[in-house]
Design a protein around this ligand. Structure first.
Ligand SMILES: NC(=O)c1ccc[n+]([C@@H]2O[C@H](COP(=O)([O-])OP(=O)(O)OC[C@H]3O[C@@H](n4cnc5c(N)ncnc54)[C@H](O)[C@@H]3O)[C@@H](O)[C@H]2O)c1
Length: 334
């Protein structure tokens, strides 16, 4: 695939980790990108590609004026809060931003007559799936307000699509990791919670030890198994999703993963090899709500969108993240 003409794309949350990588891939593919972000959970350091409009999605009137004036053909919606345990402690905060502000965005899009939408969904909509690898037909069974917020938006999109109000692609990301191999952008969370980042920051000395939550899961080594996808492959999937919508494709949902998993212990072992640091690891009890195994069935995205991953290699994912972390310095900016 690959469209020849330039598409104007608005990326909400484009200052964040995934949105900034997508912005780079889209700009490099010749598209026009406008990022809107309120920098609530990110820093401006990843704002390297596309034009930037500081805006909070809660400001629906400003959002509408902006969309009406700029007339993007596609909106890609990344802006959300993403920390699962925080969503358990502060559900309203999550529903307000992830659902309420998505409604405001959809409503502003509707008034501005913009119909193509790419949504950042999550494997969290499946909760603890009964069948693994899990396919897109598996029922919604989220076990956190975060996962519920993503499932709610997907239901809203489904209804809007049935009514002809929108055409959308919902991408259900599994565990996103890695960084731009050229080192320009990378994860810059104020609150890093993902395993690979925590491990590398521990190797850097930012944390005294890495915690493994649960070693008695029904998995080969007792720790949780996850499907890690490199952020550049995920960004490429967004380009494919956009081409698909612009070419007239109907609304679809796709898993985004590689279709195989690594345990926490395996990730830790690779992180130690890549960094050359034998950092301390402490085994603690399970966290509530962690599924033992979460692996994507990926046939649909491969078949329908022609998704062909380039970075399906855990060492490479960790190496790119490590290079980025070293560039960042201790808790600092690049
Ligand atoms: N990182 C993962 O592993 C993962 C997995 C599954 C799904 N997702 C989804 O991908 C999307 C992006 O995640 P990320 O990891 O890049 O997170 P991130 O925190 O780096 O990016 C989110 C961005 O949205 C912005 N934002 C939040 N609320 C906003 C608002 N009301 N108005 C304007 N901007 C706002 C933040 O400032 C931030 O720049 C999210 O929707 C998340 O749920 C991420």
């Amino acid at each position: 695939m690959g469209l020849k003409r330039t598409i104007k794309v608005v990326i909400t949350g484009g200052a964040g980790y995934i949105g900034s990588h997508v912005a780079k891939v889209l700009v490099r593919s010749g598209h026009e990108v406008i990022v809107i972000d309120n920098l609530s959970t990110s820093q401006s350091t990843n704002l390297r590609y596309g034009e930037f409009w500081p805006l909070d999605l809660a400001e629906e009137d400003r959002l509408y004026e902006f969309l009406k004036e700029r007339e993007p053909q596609v909106v890609m919606h990344f802006a959300a809060f993403i920390v699962v345990p925080e969503s358990v402690d502060h559900p309203l905060k999550y529903y307000y931003n992830n659902v309420g502000n998505t409604l405001r965005l959809l409503s502003a899009m509707q008034k501005a007559n913009i119909k193509n939408f790419v949504f950042s969904s999550s494997a969290a909509v499946y909760g603890i799936p009964e069948v693994v690898p899990v396919d897109e037909e598996a029922p919604f069974n989220p076990i956190s307000p975060y996962g519920e917020s993503k499932a709610m938006v997907e239901k809203i999109l489904r209804d809007m699509s049935k009514a002809g109000e929108i055409r959308y692609v919902s991408l259900r990301y599994f565990n996103v990791a890695g960084a731009d191999p050229e080192g320009e952008i990378g994860p810059a969370y104020n609150q890093p919670t993902h395993l690979i980042l925590r491990a590398l920051k521990t190797a850097k000395g930012e944390y005294p030890f890495l915690e493994i939550f649960g070693t008695d899961y029904p998995t080969p080594d007792g720790t949780c198994v996850r499907d890690y996808i490199h952020v550049m492959d995920l960004a490429a999937a967004h380009l494919l999703a956009m081409d698909y919508l612009i070419s007239g494709g109907d609304s679809q949902v796709f898993n985004c993963g590689y279709g195989r998993g690594y345990s926490v212990r395996e990730v830790v072992a690779v992180a130690k090899v890549v960094t050359g640091v034998d950092f301390e690891v402490k085994e603690t009890s399970r966290r509530p709500g962690d599924p033992p195994i979460l692996i994507a069935k990926t046939d649909k995205i491969r078949t329908l969108l022609g998704f062909r991953p380039e970075f399906d290699d855990l060492s490479l994912i960790i190496k790119h993240t490590w290079e980025w972390e070293r560039r960042l310095g201790k808790g600092g900016k690049p």
